[in-house]
Design a protein around this ligand. Structure first.
Ligand code: XMP
Length: 514
C-alpha cells in the first residue's frame, strides 16, 4: 500500500518544521519542500494534501514567493496557513490587505462553521478559540466560492473554505502551542478533508525502510561507523535488519569515550544484535597524537582527520564495500544548502565521514526528526542507555580535558564524570538536563587532606538546559545534590582538589569548554 504523504510547501516560515511535527504526530508522513518545487515534482509525490506554510512576505510585493493557480485545481486538498492563505486568496482573485487594526499574538477567533476543520470544536471551546497570529496582512475579500468559517472583530476571514475545491485557509497558526486545539484542527484537515488513513507508525516506517534499503543495496557490502550515539546506532540496526551480515560496523575507540562506553557498544551490537563489528582499539594512536597539543581547534582537527584515516584503513581491510551508512536526520536535510553561520568550533562527527571516499550513501533516517529516532530506537529495542543518551561530541573527552590531553588526565576525568553522571541519575535529573558533563581544567589548587597539603586539579561540573544546543541555560541543580557530588568526587578521585560548578549560559559561553 502506498504511504500517504502530505506536502508542506515552505514560504520561509519559522514554523515549517513545526507543521511537519504536528502532521507526523497525527501518524501521517509529510515532507517539507521549497515553495518553487515544480508541479511535475509535486504531482509525482502523489500527495493526499498540501499545506502552504506561513512566511514573512506580503503577497503584493515584487519579491513575494508565488506559486500560480494550478496547484489549487489539482483536486488535492490545500490548507493555507497565514501567508499560505493570503497567497491562495491572491492567486484565486480575492483581496488581501494590511491589517489596519493589528492583530498579533494571542487572538480570540469566533468559530462560525463547525464542519470539517472545526469538527468537534463545539464540545472543545465555547464558540471562541484562542489562537496565535503573526502577520500584518489579512484577507479582506475571499475569492469567489469561499465561505467564512471563523472571524474576529478585525479579521473578517480568520478561517475560510471552498469545499468544492477542498481549499482551506487560516489566518492563525494552528501548528504553534499558543493556538488552542491547533493539533485537532490539523488532524481534522488530515482526516475530514484529505481522508488520510493516518497509519504512519514506527512499525510501518521500519517495514518501508527495510524494503528500500534492500532495494538500494542488493547484495552489496555495507559499512557503518558506530559512535555510541543514537543516530548511528539506530541506522546500523535498521540496515542490519535489512541486509544482515552484508553490514559491517566499525567502532573506532579513540580513547576519549566515557567510562564503560566502549564495552557497552561491543556488548550491545556484537553480543546483543549479533552484528559484524570491528572494534578498533586506536587509543594509544590518538593519545600520542595529543602530545603537546593545547589549542582547542588544533585538537579537534587532529582528532577529526585521524579518525577518518583510521576508518579508511579499516574499511579498506573489508575489501569490496560499496555502501556507507550514515545517520543523517531530517533537519540536516532541510538545512543543507542554507548558508552556514560563522564557524565557532569545527565539529567532528562520525556521521560526517568520510567526504572523499568512494561510497554510495545509505541514509535510512533522512526523513526523521530526532525524537522520532528515539521512538524508532525503542521500536528496534535498543537499550535505554543509548536511546536516552545525552549528546556527546565526536572528539569526546579530549575537548573536556583542558590543555594537553594525557592518559592520566583522561583517566581522572573519566572517573569524575562517571560519579557526576551517577549522581545526576540518582537525583532523577538525567532526562530533563540536555547535557551534563565534567571538565578537567588545567588549573591546580592547594588543598588539605588529612594533615597533608595537596596541589591537584580543579574540576568543573557543567549541566545545561536546552532545546537544541543552539542556546542553553545552566541547570539549577539543587545545592544538596551538588554537595554530594563534590564530596564524592574529592573523596573518590585522586588528583582532584577542588570542584566548581559552571554557571555560564550560551551565549555568550558555549556548552563545551573547547
Ligand atoms: P557548543 O560547545 O558549540 O556545543 O555550544 C553545542 C552542541 O554540540 C556538541 N558538540 C559536538 N558534537 N561533534 C559533535 O558531534 C563535535 O565536534 C562537537 N562539538 C560540540 C556539544 O556537545 C553540544 O551538544
Amino acid at each position: 500500500m502506498q504511504q500517504e504523504t502530505i506536502i508542506i510547501l515552505d514560504f520561509g516560515a519559522q514554523y515549517s518544521q513545526l507543521i511537519a511535527r504536528r502532521v507526523r504526530e497525527c501518524s501521517v508522513f509529510c515532507e517539507i519542500l521549497p515553495f518553487d518545487t515544480s508541479m511535475a515534482e509535486l504531482k509525482a509525490k502523489n500527495p493526499k494534501g498540501i499545506i502552504l506554510s506561513g512566511g514573512p512576505a506580503s503577497v503584493y510585493t515584487d519579491q513575494a514567493p508565488r506559486i500560480g493557480q494550478e496547484i489549487f485545481h489539482m483536486g488535492v486538498p490545500v490548507l493555507g496557513i497565514c501567508y499560505g492563505m493570503h497567497l491562495m486568496t491572491y492567486e484565486l482573485g480575492g483581496m488581501v490587505c494590511s491589517g489596519v487594526q493589528r492583530e498579533y499574538g494571542k487572538t480570540d477567533v469566533n468559530i462560525l462553521d463547525y464542519q470539517d476543520i472545526f469538527k468537534g470544536f463545539e464540545t472543545l471551546v465555547n464558540g471562541s478559540l484562542r489562537t496565535w497570529m503573526s502577520h500584518n496582512d489579512l484577507v479582506k475579500q475571499a475569492p469567489s466560492g469561499f465561505t467564512v468559517l471563523a472571524a474576529t472583530d478585525h479579521t473578517p476571514f480568520a478561517a475560510m473554505a471552498n469545499r468544492e475545491l477542498k481549499l482551506y485557509g487560516v489566518q492563525f497558526h494552528p501548528e504553534v502551542v499558543h493556538t488552542q486545539y491547533g493539533k485537532e484542527l490539523i488532524a481534522n484537515f488530515l482526516t475530514e478533508v484529505c481522508e488520510c488513513r493516518r497509519d504512519w507508525t514506527m512499525e510501518s516506517f521500519v517495514e518501508n525502510a527495510i524494503e528500500s534499503i534492500r532495494n538500494q543495496v542488493g547484495d552489496g557490502q555495507v559499512v557503518c561507523g558506530l559512535s555510541g550515539g543514537i543516530d548511528s546506532a539506530v541506522a546500523a540496526v535498521l540496515v542490519h535488519r535489512a541486509v544482515g551480515s552484508q553490514l559491517t560496523c566499525i567502532y573506532v575507540d579513540h580513547g576519549f569515550m566515557r567510562k564503560n562506553e566502549s564495552e557497552q557498544v561491543v556488548k550491545t551490537f556484537q553480543d546483543g544484535f549479533k552484528m559484524n563489528l570491528v572494534h578498533v582499539d586506536a587509543v594509544s594512536r590518538f593519545v600520542s597524537k595529543m602530545a603537546g597539543i593545547t589549542e582547542p581547534e588544533q585538537k579537534r582537527k587532529l582528532i577529526g582527520s585521524e579518525f577518518i584515516r583510521v576508518f579508511e584503513e579499516e574499511a579498506a581491510k573489508l575489501g569490496d564495500v560499496e555502501y556507507l551508512v550514515q545517520g543523517t536526520l531530517y533537519p540536516d536535510v532541510i538545512e543543507s544548502g542554507t548558508s552556514q553561520a560563522a564557524v565557532i568550533k569545527s565539529h567532528h562527527n562520525v556521521g560526517g565521514l568520510p567526504e572523499d571516499m568512494q561510497f554510495q550513501l545509505v541514509e535510512p533516517l533522512r526523513a526523521l526528526f530526532k525524537d522520532e529516532v528515539r521512538l524508532l530506537a525503542q521500536e528496534l529495542e535498543l537499550p535505554a542507555e543509548i536511546v536516552w543518551r545525552q549528546p556527546f561530541p565526536g572528539p569526546g573527552l579530549a575537548i573536556r580535558v583542558i590543555g594537553e590531553v594525557s592518559q592520566e588526565r583522561l583517566d581522572i576525568l573519566r572517573e569524575v564524570d562517571a560519579i557526576y553522571i551517577e549522581e545526576i541519575r540518582t537525583a532523577g535529573l538525567y532526562k530533563e538536563i540536555w547535557q551534563a558533563f565534567a571538565v578537567l581544567t588545567n588549573t591546580r589548587a592547594v588543598g588539605v587532606m588529612g594533615d597533608e597539603r595537596t596541589y591537584d586539579y580543579v574540576v568543573a561540573l557543567r549541566a545545561v538546559a536546552s532545546e537544541d544546543g543552539m542556546t542553553a541555560d545552566w541547570a539549577r541543580i539543587p545545592y544538596d545534590v551538588l554537595e554530594r557530588m563534590s564530596r564524592r568526587i574529592m573523596n573518590e578521585v585522586k588528583g582532584v582538589s577542588r570542584v566548581t560548578y559552571d554557571i555560564s549560559s550560551k551565549p555568550p559561553a558555549t556548552i563545551e569548554w573547547e
